[in-house]
Design a binder for this molecule. Sequence first.
Ligand SMILES: Nc1ncnc2c1ncn2[C@@H]1O[C@H](COP(=O)(O)OP(=O)(O)OP(=O)(O)O)[C@@H](O)[C@H]1O
Ligand SMILES: [Mg+2]
Length: 268
Amino acid sequence: MTVTETLPGSEGAVAPAAPVLEVRGLDAGYGASAVLHDVSLTVPRGSVVALLGPNGAGKTTLLRVASGLLRPTRGTVILDGRDVTRARPYQRARGGLCHIPEGRGVYPSLTVRENLVLHTWKRTVDDATERAVANFPILGSKLSQPAGELSGGQQQMLAVMRAYLDDPAVVLVDEVSMGLAPVIVDQIYEFLGRITQAGTSLLLVEQYVHRALAAADRVCVLTKGRIVFDGRPEDVAEEVFEHYLGVQQLTSDTGLGRIENCREEWPP
Ligand SMILES: Nc1ncnc2c1ncn2[C@@H]1O[C@H](COP(=O)(O)OP(=O)(O)OP(=O)(O)O)[C@@H](O)[C@H]1O
Ligand SMILES: [Mg+2]
């Protein structure tokens, strides 16, 4: 679906809406260690963009820069048409950006209900709790338990709920499948499918290439801090699969296609 809007001052003219998230020409790193080099990436409104690449490529670093946890040394971050490069993370959150970090993004010593309460600024506690239980019924019997006592899958269910309760425009999801059983990953992806159906955009970092490509409208491949492919999932060349992602091209018998043993030296 193409979303359009009328540009101010250009009565009647219809132009594509601004991307919900855009990064342009980013350089970023940690101290003297440069990680991202001139990275540009766009998340069109209402789309799912998969960000793939081998370990250490800089995927998490890119999400941190986008959400304001790390300041770039060069480049621009644009959220919903506004330059937020210098905005604090909470300001970006208020502007519609939600970051679900690598690992379990929950507070382990707080109960499940208390974790949900942290995301009730737009709704009541009862409403938030009902929505969480409607999406993941297992959480209903755990509301009074410390989140740290939940299984890994249940913690991830709780973590992704903020992508629903905060009503974000765009969600950055970092390795949501990490360490989870396939049946739980299916449930998490069904949830992500529901929120994207409702219009939320996703920037999805995922180690299971084929699962990410199945969900994505666009795919960006990052290696050694540089974007080496940006296009449609069906246009990812076999060389990109094999040399940058370390998996065989999508076939019925290639399973989940986990990124591993990548030969980053290609092309020579
Ligand atoms: N806090 C940090 N301080 C210093 N270097 C870091 C820090 N975090 C990451 N790095 C380095 O930055 C580079 C990119 O790391 P990053 O975590 O962004 O990669 P990634 O693509 O998310 O990898 P993975 O697939 O393993 O999650 C790596 O060389 C990593 O060692
Ligand atoms: Mg990472």
